[in-house]
Design a protein around this ligand. Structure first.
Ligand SMILES: *[C@@H]1O[C@H](CO)[C@@H](O)[C@H](O)[C@H]1NC(C)=O
Ligand SMILES: *[C@@H]1O[C@H](CO)[C@@H](O)[C@H](O)[C@H]1NC(C)=O
Ligand SMILES: *[C@@H]1O[C@H](CO)[C@@H](O)[C@H](O)[C@H]1NC(C)=O
Ligand SMILES: *[C@@H]1O[C@H](CO)[C@@H](O)[C@H](O)[C@H]1NC(C)=O
Ligand SMILES: *[C@@H]1O[C@H](CO)[C@@H](O)[C@H](O)[C@H]1NC(C)=O
Ligand SMILES: *[C@@H]1O[C@H](CO)[C@@H](O)[C@H](O)[C@H]1NC(C)=O
Ligand SMILES: *[C@@H]1O[C@H](CO)[C@@H](O)[C@H](O)[C@H]1NC(C)=O
Length: 233
């Protein structure tokens, strides 16, 4: 009897779930910009705002990001760091739009967010927020700076800052050939979580050598580069 009932109950339960949709691709937001985390639901029949409960939380820690029920925002449990940065679109709620507006995005906002909605039925779904920031134009310094002679060992240091996430750093010579010499790339985060990337290339100097330091931000598919020619004899 139980074996027969259980699948039937599960089927009914599954059918009673609210139809809820969030983006299945990660949402990319620029550091410092605002982003809307889409969450839409399809409730059959008409309903009032007082029938709607929405709860956004961090998927991993279950901490509250934004709540809304009894026709008002519920923010007493809101996680630290989200103060004054979140809102729903109240006029959109009765149209099935429970999207969250997150303002002034910071690197720490990156992660998975779960949208819970209850009208008569209930459902939840999670989406991934990724943060991106473009790197500054790189700068190259030489060591030693002067009295260069062919055959000397030369260290070129390429620095770019304020970016996120880590960039792919590529060194090329004047003809576009990848340099596989001695390259050391390091990353340091500032207090905002944005990265300074430093890449040092050590080469034996040949006459009229050119070097191209390229940083590619994988999330923005954006490239910043600098081309230097070492002369001086
Ligand atoms: C959010 O939804 C709107 C309206 O459907 C759409 O135009 C927009 O592209 C969506 N944004 C994301 C990040 O999915
Ligand atoms: C929800 O409403 C906001 C504000 O009008 C809009 O920007 C967003 O695209 C809407 N999202 C969906 C999924 O319709
Ligand atoms: C919405 O609220 C109004 C006024 O309280 C009520 O008359 C109506 O029946 C409600 N509609 C639904 C779908 O609950
Ligand atoms: C949030 O906004 C209120 C009202 O403008 C302000 O008093 C408060 O200091 C703000 N809190 C934070 C953490 O920004
Ligand atoms: C140099 O390396 C980059 C990244 O590994 C690669 O995309 C590119 O095709 C390489 N170029 C040459 C000329 O080998
Ligand atoms: C790279 O250069 C540094 C400094 O000149 C040197 O100490 C190190 O041994 C070199 N590493 C390789 C793999 O050549
Ligand atoms: C280096 O460049 C200078 C100026 O372009 C040129 O006069 C010189 O012949 C070049 N030297 C070599 C070895 O290519």
């Amino acid at each position: 009897m139980l074996a027969l009932l259980l699948p039937a109950m599960l089927a009914v339960h599954a059918m009673a779930k609210l139809d809820l949709q969030v983006p299945d691709q990660p949402v990319v937001a620029l550091h410092g910009n605002d982003v809307t985390l889409n969450c839409s639901f399809n409730q059959a029949g008409s309903f009032n705002l007082s029938d709607v409960s929405v709860f956004w939380q961090l998927t991993d820690t279950k901490r509250s990001v934004h709540g809304f029920w009894m026709e008002q925002d519920q923010l007493t449990e809101q996680a630290e760091g989200y103060t004054n940065r979140t809102s729903l679109f109240p006029a959109e709620l009765t149209k099935g739009n429970a999207s969250l507006l997150l303002q002034r995005v910071v690197v720490a906002d990156e992660g998975s967010y779960t949208c819970f909605v209850r009208v008569q039925e209930y459902n939840s779904a999670a989406l991934l927020l990724q943060v991106a920031a473009p790197y500054s134009k790189p700068e190259v310094t030489l060591e030693p700076e002067s009295n260069l002679r062919p055959g000397d060992e030369l260290a070129l240091t390429c620095v770019a800052y304020g970016g996120y996430p880590k960039a792919n750093v590529i060194w090329q010579d004047g003809s576009g050939q990848n340099l596989t010499d001695n390259i050391t790339t390091s990353v340091v985060a500032n207090e905002q979580g944005l990265f300074t990337m430093t890449s040092v290339l050590t080469v034996m100097l040949e006459p009229n050598s050119s070097f191209n330091c390229r940083l590619i931000n994988p999330l923005l598919s954006e490239e910043r580069s600098i081309f230097v020619t070492v002369t001086g004899w």
